[in-house]
Ligand binder design. Structure first.
Ligand SMILES: NC(=O)c1ccc[n+]([C@@H]2O[C@H](COP(=O)([O-])OP(=O)(O)OC[C@H]3O[C@@H](n4cnc5c(N)ncnc54)[C@H](O)[C@@H]3O)[C@@H](O)[C@H]2O)c1
Length: 354
């Protein structure tokens, strides 16, 4: 297969992880990189042998050789590069969360529809053996109808720093940063039902009153409570059109060891993800099945797989491996969580018609 000529917009932490993961991938040739911080683009180009470095990504998009773009900017800067790249005729792989706001996610999905270009959201956990095993079990109809699920992404003391905590760069905190992974985990296995109401709470009480802790480091850059402009805690009760309910819990920081893990209750069976177990009433007995041969999850391996899937979908003309229409629903729920928490009551939500 002829390699896809790929360019990067944003040369920060995640761009470096992608570049490392695809350094031996024949299906991709990285031809350019752009970053607002010119030296960062130039250093990245020098490190990875990329022929062209830019400060202004719009200038880079004028290069007709570029077929696809990987958008690795912070959340508030996902929309403009994605929409501009799609309208410049490029396919786009955009980092998770899809966007900082529902409005941005809808505009990005609409741009993909208008241009007919491929837009994929980089949710690497889609490629983990655990997810694929769980999806195979659910898609075989093992669970029957899923009527209730809980999904959790929680750290005990893991508030990051740098661009992750600023309103103007990240836009959202834990709900979009790690929350989007577990939200996609639950929705993907539930078949991406359409949410109708959200009732939620959210705050940043712990990180705002944070005092340094022995042995705790804030990755991602500088942290101080005064800089923090986003939430570090969020819990939502989500009802779907099909009657199912999801409880979504996420935090960067808490006075607790665990908030549980992702599980699903179905009419024929239940499924817990970690360790992967199916719970049934079978042969007139309570029966638990735990698959034994699921390989471990390795982000670097999964980054590679997601990039290869993107390149192959471009070459084969197949649909987006992680479609914007699905991740748009994560933005509906996250926006619903933030809005419901601000109002202090349940609200109605709907998926924008794009
Ligand atoms: N998939 C993962 O495991 C994973 C891990 C970390 C971060 N992320 C996601 O990746 C994104 C970036 O995170 P990061 O850790 O690399 O952040 P970062 O702050 O280290 O890097 C972002 C880079 O984007 C550049 N940038 C911003 N706006 C730009 C623009 N208009 N044009 C060109 N460059 C621009 C910044 O200068 C910066 O260098 C976030 O959305 C984050 O949620 C994903």
């Amino acid at each position: 297969m002829k390699p896809v000529k790929l360019a990067y917009i944003g040369a920060g932490g995640i761009a470096q992880s992608h570049l490392r993961a695809i350094s031996d991938v024949d299906e991709i040739e990285v031809v350019a990189v752009a970053d607002l911080i010119r030296e960062r683009a130039e250093e990245t180009a020098a490190q990875w042998g990329i022929p062209h470095a830019y400060q202004d990504y719009r200038e880079m998009l004028a290069n007709e050789d570029i077929e696809a773009v990987s958008v690795c900017t912070y959340n508030q800067a996902h929309r403009a590069p994605t929409v501009d790249a799609l309208h410049a005729g490029k396919h786009v792989l955009v980092e998770k969360p899809m966007a900082a706001t529902l409005e941005d996610a809808a505009a990005m999905t609409q741009a993909a529809h208008e241009t007919g270009k491929l837009l994929m959201v980089a949710v690497w956990t889609r490629f983990s053996p655990l997810r694929q095993a769980a999806k195979a079990i659910v898609d075989a109809g093992t669970l029957g109808d899923i009527y209730y699920a809980e999904t959790v992404a929680a750290r005990r003391c893991g508030t990051p720093g740098g661009t992750f905590i600023l309103k103007e760069t990240a836009g959202l905190g834990t709900t979009a940063d790690i929350g989007v992974y577990c939200l996609d985990e639950a929705l993907h296995l539930m078949g991406y039902p359409r949410p109708v109401t959200v009732s939620a709470i959210s705050n940043n009480l712990l990180s705002k009153s944070y005092k340094p802790l022995l042995g705790v480091r804030h990755w991602g850059g500088e942290f101080s409570p005064e800089l923090l402009g986003v939430e570090d805690f969020g819990v939502a009760f989500v009802r779907f059109e099909n009657g199912a309910v999801l409880v979504f819990k996420t935090c960067w920081c808490m006075h607790m060891d665990s908030l549980g893990d992702t599980f699903f209750l179905g009419t024929n069976a239940g499924l817990k993800l970690r360790p992967l177990t199916v719970y049934r009433h079978q042969w007139s007995m309570l029966t638990d099945t735990a698959p034994q041969s699921v390989p471990p999850t390795d982000p670097q391996v999964q980054f590679r797989q997601e990039n290869v899937a993107f390149a192959r979908a471009i070459r084969d003309g197949t649909p987006s491996p992680v479609p914007p229409e699905e991740l748009l629903i994560t933005n509906v729920i996250i926006q619903g969580l933030i809005d419901s928490a601000a109002l202090g009551r349940e609200i109605e939500v709907s998926v924008p018609d794009v």
